[in-house]
Structure formats: structure tokens, C-alpha cells
Ligand binder design. Structure first.
Ligand SMILES: Cc1cc2nc3c(=O)[nH]c(=O)nc-3n(C[C@H](O)[C@H](O)[C@H](O)COP(=O)(O)O)c2cc1C
Length: 370
């Protein structure tokens, strides 16, 4: 097995990222990317290069997470983090008028009427993401950081992670208001996600009255505002694809940046072939924020599925399960028009090749400028 630890980094003058007892040599976090793109190999390579790899626990069972962490630990001794989805309450549990159930049934009929490689919509359902059981798994594995997205973990969950996992907690926020609540819950760091970000927005409430589920605030503005208001490290997420942008976020108060889209076409990523082809081949011209795939606002390339269902209801995670077989059939058929092609606004800068090369480029740009 190759030596994945390497020598300790020589002093580059780049500020390291410190959260509690965790120190990461480079201020670069590879975003957790649930649903396939994050792999143990990607997490290990980012760690080997001096950044922080994040395992995506979203959609997984607690048992599957445990196996995944065994795999990661077999590949690296470097610190890694784990990201948990906080599902929030079931939107259909509080539906006295039945309007939400009807909206879901209507969306199902709409999807069933389309020809999606012969696949039928799946059965909508709610999941609590097994957060309590996943924390028990984390207590056995002891990752260096636990991040959460889609909500306020509350002091009880933060306290459990501190006591049982022994790790700091980073909470994903998209507004100053969410930041304040996260701090009150005991967050040790904030992942400040702006409107440019690829994948799901971290908004705590996906407001159906707003096309993006919440305010459309650019990452730079949010970082400036929130880092001035809090004492914990702020990690900037959204639209960052090069070292200059990382430095720019740090000049606004960020301690590091979390990059997702930039890593999507790395050799080690588990991103599907049609997703890679859509990004690298510039098949679509732009991105859009849509609930079409999962029932939660997310930024995707502007493909046929997203554009046909711009007014899909805000019923996460029911719609995630409803569209799952359709997305799987499109992936199998190598058809990018039927897949959630998560991508941030910086998607045109995506490159392929080993993650080590991307990390080396980002590091050089951080030191020398582009
Ligand atoms: C394919 C994909 C999957 C993602 N999955 C997750 C996830 O599981 N958990 C999470 O906290 N954020 C997730 N995100 C959002 C990232 O954490 C981050 O906010 C975003 O990628 C930053 O914007 P960028 O894509 O422009 O770099 C995902 C993003 C992408 C592109």
C-alpha cells in the first residue's frame, strides 16, 4: 500500500485551519457530496495533500456509514470529517388540509406520464436519517470533525458529539439568523453557504414561497457579515474553484473554503459518467435552483428534468425517493437530461484528473496567486 501520509508539510505561509483541537495544514475542505461523488479514495487523497476530506453520511444507513468509515480509515491516518443530514420534521406529518399530499400525488402523476427510460416513480417516504444511530457509529470511529446540514442540531446533539465523539461540530448556515441560532446551540465552526453553491441549499426551512427556498445571498456577502458577527471559524462554501477565490474568502474573514463542484470530476470521485460528461462537455449552458429532483432547493445544471418541473413542491425527502428510480434509469442509460446534475455557478472551471493534482494547483494558487 502506498504511503498516504507523506512528510509533514513544509511551511508555506498559508494559514492552517484550526477548529478546537483539529488543525488542518491547508484551509481547503473537500465538501461532503452525498449520493455518489464522495468516495473513501477522494477523502483520503484530499487528506494526504493537507486538506480536509469530508465523508458524506446523507442517505446512508448507520450500518453503511460504519462500513464506509472502515474503508476510509484503511486508506488514511489523516484527519477526516463526517457530514450528517438533519432531515427536520416530515412535511406530510402536519398537513391538515391534505394539500401537501395532493401536491405530491399530482407530481407523481406528472412524472409517471413522462417517458423516463421505462422507469416508474418510486414510493415517497420520510427518513429521519438515523442521526442518533449515526452519532453512535461516529463515537466508535472518532472523526476529527462532524458537520451538519439542513438545520439546527440543537444543544443536545452538539453536546452528544462533543462528549461521545470528541469532535468539534460545524453547522451549515445560509443567513445571519441561522448563524446566531447555531452559535447558541454550541457550534464550534460555521459552514457559510452562499447562493452560488452546487447541490442542496443548506437552508433550514426551504420556504415554498421563495424560488430558491431562501434569500439569494452571495457567498462573499454572507462570509463578510457572519464572520464579523461570530467568534468561531467560518468556512466559505459556494462558487469557490481556485486559490484566488479561497484567498478572497479569507480576506473577508473566512478561515477556509469548502469546495464541492471543483472536485466532482476528480478521478477518485464517484460522480456518474453522464454527470461528468455534462460538466466537462459543457452540454448545458447554465445552472438553476430546483426542487424537481428531491423536493428541496438545490443547484443543478439546467437540464430537461429540472426545467420541466420548475414548480415541484417542497416535499423533501419524499420527492427524493419518488424520483430515485427515474434518476437511476437515466444514469444507466447515460442520459444526463434525467439526472440531478448538481453543480455550483463555478462549474465551468471544473477539471478532471487526480485529486492530488487539483490540491497541488489550489495550493500553488494560494501561495503564488493564479
Ligand atoms: C454533488 C454535490 C453533493 C453535495 N452533497 C452535500 C452533502 O452531502 N452535504 C453537504 O453538507 N453539502 C453537500 N453539498 C454542498 C457542499 O457542501 C457545498 O456547500 C457546495 O458544494 C459549495 O459550492 P460549490 O459546489 O460551488 O463548491 C453538495 C454539493 C455538490 C456539488
Amino acid at each position: 500500500m502506498p504511503d498516504r501520509h507523506g512528510p509533514d508539510r513544509v511551511d508555506t505561509g498559508i494559514p492552517s485551519l484550526t477548529i478546537g483541537d483539529l488543525t488542518v495544514a491547508l484551509p481547503i475542505v473537500c465538501a461532503p457530496m452525498a449520493g455518489g461523488p464522495t468516495t473513501p479514495a477522494l477523502v483520503a487523497e484530499v487528506g494526504a495533500a493537507g486538506g480536509l476530506g469530508m465523508v458524506a453520511a446523507g442517505y446512508l444507513s448507520a450500518a453503511a456509514l460504519s462500513e464506509l468509515l472502515d474503508d476510509v480509515e484503511g486508506r488514511t491516518d489523516r484527519p477526516y470529517g463526517v457530514n450528517l443530514f438533519l432531515s427536520g420534521p416530515d412535511p406530510l406529518a402536519d398537513d391538515p388540509s391534505g394539500l401537501r399530499a395532493r401536491a405530491l400525488a399530482d407530481y407523481r402523476s406528472e412524472l409517471a406520464a413522462e417517458d423516463r427510460h421505462g422507469a416508474e416513480p418510486g414510493d415517497p417516504r420520510y427518513s429521519d436519517e438515523e442521526v442518533a444511530d449515526k452519532i453512535t457509529v461516529l463515537a466508535a470511529h472518532r472523526p476529527a470533525l462532524v458537520s451538519v446540514t439542513f438545520g439546527d442540531p440543537g444543544p443536545a446533539v452538539v453536546g452528544r458529539v462533543h462528549e461521545e465523539v470528541g469532535a468539534p461540530v460545524a453547522v451549515t448556515v445560509t443567513s445571519l439568523a441561522e448563524a446566531g441560532v447555531a452559535i447558541d446551540s454550541g457550534a464550534d465552526a460555521l459552514i457559510v453557504q452562499g447562493i452560488e453553491a452546487g447541490g442542496h441549499r443548506g437552508v433550514w426551512i426551504d420556504d415554498p414561497a421563495l424560488s430558491a427556498g431562501g434569500p439569494r445571498v452571495p457567498t462573499a456577502d454572507l462570509v463578510r457579515t457572519i464572520s464579523a458577527a461570530v467568534d468561531v471559524p467560518v468556512i466559505a462554501a459556494g462558487g469557490v474553484t481556485d486559490g484566488a477565490a479561497i484567498r478572497s474568502m479569507m480576506s473577508l474573514g473566512a478561515a477556509a473554503a469548502q469546495l464541492g463542484t471543483a472536485f466532482l470530476c476528480c478521478d477518485e470521485a464517484g460522480t456518474s459518467t453522464p454527470h461528468r460528461r455534462a460538466l466537462l462537455g459543457r452540454i448545458y449552458t447554465d445552472t438553476v435552483i430546483t426542487r424537481a429532483f428531491s423536493g428541496r432547493s438545490a443547484r443543478s445544471l439546467r437540464n430537461d428534468f429540472a426545467m420541466r418541473h420548475l414548480d415541484a413542491p417542497a416535499l423533501y425527502p419524499h420527492i427524493h425517493h419518488l424520483t430515485k428510480p427515474l434518476r437511476a434509469a437515466a444514469t444507466a442509460a447515460d442520459d444526463p437530461d434525467g439526472i440531478n446534475l448538481w453543480a455550483g455557478t463555478g462549474w465551468r472551471a471544473v477539471t478532471d484528473g487526480p485529486a492530488a493534482d487539483l490540491m497541488a494547483r489550489l495550493t500553488a494558487e494560494l501561495i503564488d496567486g493564479p
